[in-house]
Design a binder for this molecule. Structure first.
Ligand SMILES: NC(=O)c1ccc[n+]([C@@H]2O[C@H](COP(=O)([O-])OP(=O)(O)OC[C@H]3O[C@@H](n4cnc5c(N)ncnc54)[C@H](OP(=O)(O)O)[C@@H]3O)[C@@H](O)[C@H]2O)c1
Length: 381
């Protein structure tokens, strides 16, 4: 790690109280002191609202960069609303109207909003002579095979029979993202940065997947934990991702990166016990095996987020190699910080929103499955 990188990640004593506590969608995290970049850049963010965009805006502005965002105007920022409102807003649609980007110049574009290759072809084609760098937000779902432990950026990506398909499904998403990456590389040879995040988590996550766990752990009581305590898990805090994106642009670090954390391997038990460290309550964990969960229609990922049993071709899905990204400057907040900030952000949301989370298992289903587990032949374990 370079000295300057270490310096700007130092945590100051400034507590979240100074940052507008109580505001809906604000991040109640400790703020870090962020020194300005040596050279301010003009950065265009395609998809600057929603979840990841606002974190990128927050960090880019802190580094002294100038930000323009391009969206349809349908999705609200989930955090940093006031900051997002301050940057230049361009309106259009990746599908059929990107005219607002014509005739403008930027140092770098961050493309968050495309999963369809045609969209990248159109925007990268339009911007290739007026923008220096194209950072495409891809996904670790691009990989053809998730069975290998330690998958790297050089392992093969998925393919699709018909590359003109534009319907995003569980089956097409990875291969289409891989084609998007190629569109970016073709339009920006030696000027493309491809960032492949694992599950993006933290304050502002609209999917409620990883958020399920700190919220559930805080509720306490008997918590159903999936599979074996040693099953691996991975994720990336959206703020670590945003800082990495901006860092790669500043360093002109072209290439492809698996943006996955934490730094060292983490088991599901370590994840849940780490979350337990940020709450104080009566709690115990009951580990229910993967076959039993499947029989009771408790699905990995959707009902038990951040967990896929490491078998049947998914042995490597939570064991990606992060060494290239770490070498390029990816740094990680501690799990406890991510968990606490996520929980604090969750509590700022309206009650109706919190009453119907988009992922996880509701309390009644969890009780039913736990009762069945305790009542099964062979008894408790
Ligand atoms: N979330 C994860 O765990 C995860 C993991 C790996 C990779 N990724 C990738 O990360 C990227 C960002 O994800 P996110 O969760 O931040 O997304 P998000 O919250 O859904 O935000 C999407 C952004 O794109 C804009 N957008 C959507 N459709 C558009 C269109 N037709 N034209 C112009 N702008 C459009 C939205 O604004 P408007 O609706 O106002 O246009 C919004 O600003 C995606 O590429 C996703 O594939 C996500």
């Amino acid at each position: 790690m370079t000295t300057s990188r270490r310096e700007f990640l130092q945590v100051t004593a400034a507590a979240g109280g100074a940052l507008g506590l109580g505001m809906l969608g604000e991040v109640h995290a400790q703020e870090r002191e962020v020194p300005k970049a040596e050279k301010p850049l003009r950065i265009l963010i395609l998809g600057g609202t929603g979840f990841t965009g606002p974190h990128q805006i927050h960090y880019a502005l802190a580094r002294g960069h100038e930000v323009t965002i391009f969206n349809r105007g349908r999705t609200e920022p989930t955090v940093h609303r006031e900051l997002v409102a301050q940057v230049e807003q361009l309106t259009g649609d990746r599908d059929d109207n990107i005219e607002a980007l014509r005739g403008r110049e930027w140092d770098a574009v961050i493309d968050n909003s495309a999963s369809i290759p045609r969209w990248v072809r159109q925007s990268a084609g339009l911007l290739k002579d007026s923008v220096e760098l194209y950072l495409f937000t891809s996904s670790l779902s691009v990989h053809a095979d998730n069975s290998k432990i330690g998958i790297t950026e050089d392992d093969p990506v998925a393919t699709i029979d018909d590359p003109t398909v534009e319907e995003i499904t569980g089956e097409t998403y990875g291969a289409l993202k891989a084609l998007c990456e190629q569109e970016a590389r073709d339009a920006f040879p030696d000027r493309a940065i491809i960032v492949r995040p694992h599950l993006i988590v933290g304050p502002g996550d609209r999917s409620d997947r990883w958020t399920y766990w700190p919220v559930r752990v805080e509720r306490g009581g008997e918590v159903m934990a999936p599979g074996e305590p040693t099953d691996p898990t991975q994720y990336i805090d959206s703020r670590d991702l945003a800082e990495f994106d901006i860092h790669l642009i500043e360093q002109r670090a072209v290439g492809t990166y698996s943006a996955v954390g934490p730094l060292a391997p983490l088991s599901m038990a370590e994840l849940l016990f780490g979350m337990r460290a940020v709450v104080s309550n009566e709690i115990c964990f009951t580990w229910v095996d993967a076959d039993f969960l499947a029989e009771h229609e408790v699905a990995p990922w959707a009902h038990m987020p951040a967990w896929i049993p490491p078998r049947d071709g998914f042995q490597g899905f939570s064991a990606f190699d992060n060494s290239r990204a770490v070498g390029a400057g990816l740094e990680y907040r501690p799990l406890a910080v991510t968990a606490k900030d996520t929980l604090d952000w969750w509590k700022t949301l309206p009650e109706e929103r919190r009453a119907s989370p988009g992922a996880g298992l509701d309390a009644e289903r969890e009780r039913e499955v736990l009762a069945a587990w305790h009542g099964r032949e062979g008894g408790n374990r």
